[in-house]
Design a protein around this ligand. Structure first.
Ligand SMILES: [Zn+2]
Length: 739
């Protein structure tokens, strides 16, 4: 064997990608500028962020090349296998492989990376790009089993040796799976007549800075595989590669055979950690046993900023500086934040059960750091065509309205992110495709591609409209509804007009979700009016039927995006105490702006409601007057308006005037909030379109602070700055029209 060069590795990976069974995520760049690649193998490949049961990493030590060689060969095998069980596994789940985690060391023939650091001693500090890349792979794919390929020299007298991920804190069930995999691997080695045994003290205390134990903190089982590097002749190199390759086969075979029970263990252990964290159950953090353990660690704002990356990559949830231990990542939180930890990255203030009678929020599942992928999908079927390279765009969603944006797709000709030109053509075709933004595994925004502009430059511009814009391309048919439900009959009926046209062609596959509202209405529509479905639904939004087009996965493989036209009297969660609060005193870099608008129609202190008609025949209300404001020195500002063409009763007009005065006496106060999208409160995790949200902000305008609650009728997300802004409902606007 002549070890595959880095250039040949890049070529080989391009070939794997061309099979359609492999996608590449570049998780960082080494000090020498070499991409740190994670291969996602499946048919089709799983997304980054999807659970991938098996992760294989190799070459943390640059002078231990046999595992890398085997990992590359194994990736190649997975793109060609025809074994039914493997094909089923690849179709349903997939495998993640990082063949070259320390490319600089490989190139230089050194154990350490280019900074002279041992990559396999920094999985807590994350002080090197290689560690951050591996931590990203662990954090995003959350493997059930992680295999770490190494070579031993010169002490090894056996062909191949193994060690399970060991750390006393690791759950016994997680450790048992590691032991079972070691048993299977030893059996294979024995069957092949390869000498084998344990590597080191397999019952030792372990070290969280080393990959296997670190994986255990993340509830993953793991096995360290060490082949003897003693024979470096070509024959020896071939043998060593064969031994490593066989263990990749064993890891896959074990995972396929035991996937259900491994998944069950993961689920059980997660639930157990949440429960144990809530009662302060002890944790052995190696230096000591913390008993009782805190039920939370409090971090100040500077600490939150300092350890944000660690919390993200270890999937540790943090809310307003508080890290609850009632979470699946409880072990990682203790090792990272306890004062007595040997590898801590911050010293959090421990809070014990007795101090937190106020009740800590339970964090039901480990928080996955905000991650973003862009997909090109068929607009009709929703099926994924390709994963697009990193896109910069400012995208927006608003209830009951469409928005437009120019999505800019970088088009590198080579290297990571390069797509074959023919695929670019199909994936970005105007009219037939949509671009989908996936945030935290949730398809969050879709743009129907209308135009495509590109040429000499390195970018492709795709002006898009959100899917609501498609409703402008369809027309309302004849309907006569008398006393029918506003949602399940009228709204759903109009939505049907944007569906497939029998005998002609397809719509965009909208799934209509419109339960009965209990509101009965009469509505007549004539096809000859040529009204767009969009305009008809906008009109319904103004009379109490809210709607939006939500996105969701149609399948567990995240290959097909469903488009759901949802209709409700209220979209989103109404709450006096909202779950999501934007606070300037948090790590989310919240900014705010309050616009007080007293322009025409938005402010008055003298209000008259009047009916249609002229002169004596025009009834009008008694003026409703804000006498306090006038006494305090405000000049008279009049507002005269007609609430409805059908109201002529003076008593009713009086009531309208009084209500309108209450709305306009203080003018319009519009809050604009902006926050980092990767911090609490996170879009689609802590809040979504239509929800009430809260704020607790301090600024030069409000040095003593001010709180409030408002409704997010939409949001704007700028992927270039990483900032998200809820669009708050202007209380004075027509509910069908948000500004
Ligand atoms: Zn090693």
């Amino acid at each position: 064997v002549t070890w595959t060069s880095l250039d040949d590795e890049a070529t080989l990976i391009s070939g794997l990608v061309a099979t359609g069974r492999c996608e590449v995520s570049v998780l960082g760049t080494s000090a020498d500028g070499i991409p740190l690649r994670l291969l996602r193998l499946g048919d089709p490949p799983p997304s980054l962020g999807q659970h991938i049961p098996l992760l294989i990493i190799a070459e943390q030590h640059g002078n231990e090349p046999a595992g890398r060689e085997a990992a590359l060969l194994f990736a190649d095998y997975l793109t060609t296998t025809t074994d039914p069980a493997e094909l089923a596994f690849l179709a349903d789940r997939g495998v993640a492989i990082m063949p070259t985690t320390n490319p600089d060391g490989f190139e230089a023939g050194t154990r350490d990376n280019a900074s002279g650091a041992d990559v396999n001693r920094h999985h807590m500090s994350l002080s090197h790009a290689e560690n951050r890349a591996i931590a990203t792979a662990l954090g995003q794919s959350r493997p059930l089993l992680a295999i770490d390929l190494h070579e031993a020299f010169p002490q090894s007298t056996r062909n191949i040796t193994f060690a399970p991920g060991r750390l006393v804190a690791i759950d016994t069930q997680v450790r048992a799976i590691s032991d079972a995999v070691v048993t299977a691997m030893k059996a294979r080695a024995t069957a092949e007549s390869w000498t084998n045994g344990d590597y080191g003290d397999v019952d030792g205390e372990g070290n969280e800075r080393i990959f296997g134990s670190n994986a255990g903190l993340r509830l993953a089982s793991s096995v360290l595989v060490e082949t003897s590097r003693n024979d470096d002749t070509p024959t020896g190199q071939t043998d060593r590669t064969d031994w490593q390759y066989a263990m990749c086969e064993e890891a896959l075979a074990y995972t396929i055979a035991n996937l259900a029970s491994m998944s069950d263990v993961r689920a059980e252990v997660e639930v157990a950690h949440i429960a144990a964290g809530g009662i302060g159950a002890p944790i052995d953090i190696r230096s000591t046993v913390i008993d009782p353990a805190p039920v939370a660690y409090q971090l100040d704002a500077d600490q939150v900023t300092a350890v944000a990356l660690h919390l993200d990559l270890f999937n540790v949830a943090e809310v307003g500086g508080l890290v609850s231990m009632a979470q699946t990542s409880r072990l990682a939180a203790a090792f990272l934040l306890d004062a007595r930890g040997l590898s801590n990255v911050a010293v959090g203030q421990p809070l014990f059960a007795s101090q937190s009678s106020g009740g800590l929020a339970q964090v039901a599942h480990a928080v996955i750091r905000t991650r973003v992928t862009w997909l090109a999908c068929d607009v009709v079927t929703g099926r994924k065509i390709a994963e697009l390279p990193d896109i910069s765009a400012m995208v927006e969603r608003v209830l009951a309205a469409y928005t437009s944006t120019d999505v800019v797709v970088p088009l590198p000709l080579a290297g990571p992110g390069a797509l074959p030109p023919a695929l670019v053509d199909t994936a970005t075709a105007p009219v037939t495709t949509m671009v989908v933004l996936v945030v935290n595994d949730v398809p969050s925004w879709a743009g129907w591609v209308r135009d495509r502009v590109g040429g000499t430059g390195a970018d492709l511009h795709l002006p898009c409209v959100t899917l609501e814009g498609y409703l402008r391309a369809r027309r309302v048919r004849d309907h006569a509804w008398v006393g029918q439900d506003l949602g399940s009959v009228i709204g759903a009926g109009l939505a049907g007009d944007a569906g497939d046209l029998p005998g002609v062609g397809a719509g965009i596959g909208l799934v209509v979700d419109a339960p009965p509202t209990g509101i009965l209405r009469d509505r007549t529509y004539l096809a000859s009016d040529r009204q767009t479905v969009y305009d008809a639904l906008r009109e319904l939004a103004g009379v109490g039927l809210e709607w939006t087009i939500d996105l969701d996965w149609a399948d567990s493989r995240q290959q097909v995006v469903n488009k759901i036209l949802r209709m409700r009297t209220r979209i989103g969660v109404a709450a006096v105490v909202p779950r999501a609060k934007f606070a300037t005193e948090s790590g989310a870099e919240v900014t705010y702006r309050l616009s007080e608008d007293n322009s025409d129609g938005r402010h008055a202190n003298y209000v008259v409601a009047y009916a249609p008609g002229e002169g004596e025949d025009q009834p009008a209300s008694t003026p409703a007057i804000d006498q306090d404001a006038l006494d305090a020195g405000a000049p008279v500002v009049e507002l005269h308006w007609q609430p409805s063409s059908s109201i002529t009763e003076v008593g009713t007009l009086d009531a309208h005037a009084v209500r309108r005065l209450a709305e306009v006496r203080h003018g319009s106060r519009l809050w604009k909030l902006s926050a980092r999208w990767d911090r609490y409160p996170r879009l689609n995790v802590d809040w979504a379109v239509g929800d009430d949200i809260g704020w607790d902000v301090v600024g030069h305008r409000h040095p003593a602070g001010v709180t409030g609650v408002g409704r997010a009728v939409g949001w704007v997300l700028d992927t270039a700055t990483g900032l998200v802004s809820p669009r708050l409902l202007d209380p004075l606007s027509d509910p069908g029209v948000v500004s």
